[in-house]
Design a protein around this ligand. Structure first.
Ligand SMILES: Cc1cc2nc3c(=O)[nH]c(=O)nc-3n(C[C@H](O)[C@H](O)[C@H](O)COP(=O)(O)OP(=O)(O)OC[C@H]3O[C@@H](n4cnc5c(N)ncnc54)[C@H](O)[C@@H]3O)c2cc1C
Length: 441
């Protein structure tokens, strides 16, 4: 089933053939790539955007499209692991991210159902985490309120509210940006080197290269596969008369809710990609919907996955020490809308050699071993197990990225890699990277 956002863009674009020269080449036309390319073009650079398939066919097409600086319990985590100053910068940059969208939408008169609404992180039972998050919100200077009043169809014990956040139709917005840009579709990048990228049928020479492919294309240098994994969640759009104002997330029972013009969007049932061999996620989400919205019709059900980092912060900046003219934006931890806007300022600032207050915070070169240790060990365990069982698995069920054994996800009817999160449909077609080849016939 398609998401409620799809079919906003019917325009098909050429594939890249032959050789091009430009200032900047951006790889991957999801929200991050479009926002970065748009800003670079605004600053006077010649920009070419290369997309493996169609514009916004990846995670951005399947998002719930909350544009907010409230990212679950992020501030208590950041204060604990990175200190109050870092948490403050995170708040500030993501709040600016919302303003960046609003400005583009206003300047370009983009009709994308954008509205400023409140965002809540709530608990129905144990409010300890919400109270801790409230203290952290206070430390970062956020404008917030603690309340138990919401528009949810069940009582909550406590909620932290941030006002003036945003929500929109992500593909109406993305397609409006895409119209302004020079994009080649069906042009997967297969090789990147300093000053040149090669697609299956062409190549682009550029001074600067920006990798916004969700999961980075190159394993070496950068070694992003050692520093991140992917997590899948499920989403259900309900057609109902009942409307909710605002956007909600409960870390306690992993439920996300927001309104849309047809009713309510509900998300949740997260798991590490490749770790849902028992299934039942879609079913549990439907039961939740049935319980609280018994009259509603299910409009659409889908799932999505995002790249998760070990320390809760994305990687936005120079790809590696050895590639100063190659940049990356990845590891959005399921909050890639506001963070794409952050990337859209930070990467062009680095290219223009302009000071940016957030450079250090998001630097891919940061080493936060203490914050990352637990997840690093866990990921290493997955990789060792995945690679070892890959040796005993037939080729058809071995990931084309590094050869880890794939696991079946009955909810998706797909094959997924528990090591780095690649996904393949039942016919073996590669859906989510880092793998970029289909499974053998
Ligand atoms: C269930 C769920 C709900 C979410 N809801 C929210 C939300 O409410 N708010 C929020 O802020 N975030 C949310 N997120 C996260 C958000 O959707 C993502 O962080 C964001 O969409 C990522 O955008 P992107 O541009 O990095 O990736 P993508 O949208 O995946 O774009 C990457 C593009 O690169 C292309 N590509 C890949 N490889 C190549 C190659 N070799 N050559 C050329 N192109 C290539 C792909 O085809 C794709 O089009 C959610 C995530 C999940 C899992």
């Amino acid at each position: 089933m398609e998401t409620i956002w799809q079919n906003a863009d019917s325009e098909e674009r050429d594939r890249l053939t032959g050789v091009l020269r430009t200032d900047c080449v951006v790889i991957g036309a999801g929200m991050a790539g479009l926002m970065v390319a748009y800003e670079l073009q605004k600053r006077g650079f010649g920009v070419v955007l290369l997309e493996a398939d169609r514009v916004c066919c990846g995670a951005t097409a399947r998002t719930t499209a909350k544009i907010t600086a409230q990212h679950g319990l992020i501030y208590s985590r950041l204060v604990r692991q990175h200190g109050a100053d870092a948490a403050k910068l995170y708040y500030e940059s993501n709040s600016r991210g919302i303003d960046i969208y609003e400005k583009i939408i206003r300047d370009k008169e983009i009709d994308c159902d954008f509205s400023r609404v409140s965002s809540y992180v709530y608990a129905r039972d144990n409010v300890y985490d919400i109270i801790e998050e409230t203290f952290a919100a206070c430390k970062v200077g956020a404008r917030f309120a603690y309340t138990s009043q919401t528009q949810l169809p069940f009582p909550v014990k406590g909620a932290l509210r941030f006002d003036m956040q945003g929500q929109f139709h992500p593909l109406k917005f993305a397609c409006a940006l895409a119209k302004e840009l020079r994009i080649f579709e069906k042009s997967p990048v297969v090789e990147i080197e300093d000053g040149r990228v090669r697609t299956t049928q062409g190549q682009v020479f550029a001074h600067y290269i920006v990798n916004t492919t969700h999961y980075p294309v190159m394993d070496v240098p950068g070694f992003y596969f050692l520093r991140q994994h992917q997590e899948r969640s499920y989403v259900l759009a309900l057609r109902t008369e009942y409307r909710i104002e605002g956007m909600y997330y409960s870390p306690e029972d992993d439920r996300s809710l927001r309104g849309y013009d047809g009713g309510v969007i509900i998300g949740g049932e997260s798991h590490r990609t490749g770790n849902n061999f028992r299934g039942g996620c879609r079913c549990r989400l439907r039961e939740f919907a049935q319980k609280y919205y018994p009259q509603a019709q299910v409009d659409s059900v889908w799932s999505n996955q995002d790249v998760m980092t070990h320390d809760g912060l994305p990687f936005i900046g120079r790809y590696s020490l050895f590639s100063p003219r190659i940049f990356v934006a990845t590891g959005f931890n399921k909050w890639g809308m506001s963070l794409s806007a952050v990337a859209s300022q930070l990467i062009p600032d680095l290219i223009c050699d302009r000071k940016n207050d957030y450079e250090k915070l998001y630097s891919p070169r940061r080493v936060k071993l203490r914050a990352a240790a637990k997840d690093l060990i866990k990921d290493a365990g997955y990789s060792v197990r995945g690679l070892a069982s890959g040796l005993l698995t037939d080729k058809k069920h071995r990931c084309t990225h590094m050869g880890c054994a794939l696991r079946y996800n009955p909810d998706e009817k797909s094959w997924e890699c528990p090591c780095h999160g690649s996904q393949f449909d039942p016919q073996g077609k590669n859906i989510f990277t880092p793998a970029n080849r289909n499974l053998p016939g």
